[in-house]
Design a protein around this ligand. Sequence first.
Ligand SMILES: Nc1nc2c(ncn2[C@@H]2O[C@H](COP(=O)(O)OP(=O)(O)O)[C@@H](O)[C@H]2O)c(=O)[nH]1
Ligand SMILES: [Mg+2]
Length: 279
Amino acid sequence: MAFNWYPGHMAKARRTMTEDIKLIDIIVELVDARAPFSTRNPDIESLGAGKERIIVLNKADLAEESITRDWITHYTEDGLYTLALNSKDKSGMQSVLKTIDEAAGKKRERDLKRGIKNRPVRLMVAGIPNVGKSTFINALCKKNVAKTGNKPGVTKGKQWISVRRGVDLMDTPGILWPRIDDLNSQINLALIGSMNDEAINRDDLLTELIRVLNSKAQSVLQERYGIDQNDDTAVFIEKVAKSRSMMKSGGLFDTERALEYLFTAFRGGELGRITLETP
Ligand SMILES: Nc1nc2c(ncn2[C@@H]2O[C@H](COP(=O)(O)OP(=O)(O)O)[C@@H](O)[C@H]2O)c(=O)[nH]1
Ligand SMILES: [Mg+2]
């Protein structure tokens, strides 16, 4: 499901991005609203220099609304067009179109000052794997122009999709690399399923998940699994297994399955809307 980044991948992604970015005026950068810092590309400031920039806090349906508002304020103060979105719900696309119009208008104004008329404004969707780029493009363009899936680089060749009169979208999203220079970001990326968790010590990941759940999902833990704040990791997982009747032969609890279930439930928002990072 998730992707592992190696130096070779990153170099290739950077080359592709550097070329593609020359063709466009507006970057629509998607980040995951549950971790808007760690899911942001660390080099986007320099990569996107001179372009109009829109940040979409995607998967906002999985994030805490009040923290999402704080992030919107934060990025807006940085001079970026910012909005929160659930790309699976097409109704949110009206606000995206409005923001695109604003950014395109600004670009056209600049063109006019330089005597350039009737040149279409071109935009590109970019983001790290799994933030919802394909889902977003499909919803924005109302037809299945982009393949959804977690593997980068499915579509070959450049094509432009008309979003509006005078506004074209590059059909291939830009694949960016995540912030992998610090352990905390790696853990958050693995927790939300944006980076392969094989790269991270499984015990560290579980410890962090339990810490997050204890602080943000106390009542869910209590009601659903009978988990108490003071339960240690072993008891915590056993209670999850027990409540889901996950047994191995010999009457033992299947803690491996319980673990998988717990991560999947968290990533799917089944344990509540949880944001891992504040501005
Ligand atoms: N809950 C939720 N899931 C989303 C949203 N956008 C995308 N997804 C899911 O996230 C996963 C990755 O989406 P995809 O579009 O393939 O991401 P990409 O790798 O950036 O192209 C898929 O399972 C999508 O259904 C969203 O706004 N909310
Ligand atoms: Mg995709």
